[in-house]
Design a protein around this ligand. Structure first.
Ligand code: FES
Ligand code: FES
Length: 157
């Protein structure tokens, strides 16, 4: 049975008539056309699907769309600031931290949240925050450097 669901995605209300058991990931990708949340394991093991819901990083693969009803969702499409790349995105580009890029949407969302809560994370803070994120390309060290660079950049402003 279909249900009417309202998601506030990147600041805009989006209405769906959808099977409420649908994974949020499918609703975002297939119904709302947002390609940044990625499907990896579908088992909360890789972090590729992570988006921000009401200020928490959640797994869009295992969250049902009904659980997101009337909640605020941020995807990578919504993290830019006044049309400019978020400092985390810029730092990843500058550090050449993207290899295939498959893991990066989840990592960018997690990093944006981390820097909101902890503006000056040290290496172990970052490692702890990313313990549930896999990068199959092994770009972890460059990603950690990029997040540290983004923190410094944001700190100076
Ligand atoms: S696809 Fe959700 S954690 Fe891997
Ligand atoms: S850059 Fe390829 S999985 Fe991380």
């Amino acid at each position: 049975m279909q249900q009417r669901i309202t998601l506030t995605v990147n600041g805009a209300d989006r209405h769906l008539t959808i099977d409420p058991e649908t994974p949020l990931l499918y609703a975002l990708r297939n119904d709302l056309g947002l390609s940044s949340p990625r499907q990896g394991c579908s088992q909360e093991q890789c972090g590729a699907c992570r988006v921000i819901m009401d200020g928490e990083a959640i797994y869009a693969c295992t969250t049902k769309v009904k659980e997101a009803n009337n909640r605020r969702i941020t995807t990578v499409e919504g993290v830019s600031i006044d049309g400019a790349l978020h400092p985390v995105q810029q730092a990843i580009l500058d550090e050449n931290a993207a290899q295939c890029g498959y893991c990066l949407s989840g990592i960018i969302n997690r990093a944006v949240l981390l820097l909101e809560k902890n503006p000056s994370p040290d290496r172990s803070d970052i490692q702890t925050a990313f313990k549930d994120h896999l990068c199959r390309c092994g770009a972890h060290n460059r990603i950690i450097r990029a997040i540290q660079n983004a923190a410094r950049e944001m700190h100076h402003d």
